[in-house]
Design a binder for this molecule. Structure first.
Ligand code: FES
Length: 102
């Protein structure tokens, strides 16, 4: 289990290993944008992982290619639908509050 904290709200979620960040976020915020339903093709689920980046799965080529096309991407960027909780450490996510996707 990992404790996920969503910023700036401070909402916390307990997520089991294998859960995507998108699934975790949707469990408390059903309005979170995820236009392609988790297929790494829209980029609308872009978030920043502020803490605990080693606590999620590594970036695969498909996610990397999509991130390269988005505005405002940085070293902490992930697509919430592609990052899976490993359960090894707690995670703090910054919700970007804008739709940077297509
Ligand atoms: S929901 Fe479309 S890229 Fe994540």
């Amino acid at each position: 289990m990992s404790l996920i904290t969503l910023m700036p709200s401070g909402t916390t979620i307990e997520a089991a290993a294998g859960t995507t960040l998108l699934e975790a976020i949707l469990s408390v915020d059903d309005k979170f944008t995820h236009k392609c339903d988790g297929n790494a093709t829209c980029g609308s689920c872009h978030i920043f992982i502020q803490e605990g980046r080693k606590g999620v799965s590594k970036i695969a080529r498909e996610e990397n290619e999509r991130l390269d096309m988005l505005v405002g991407v940085g070293s902490k960027s992930r697509l919430a639908c592609q990052a899976t909780v490993l359960g090894t450490e707690d995670i703090k996510i910054e919700m970007l509050g804008f739709d940077s996707g297509f």
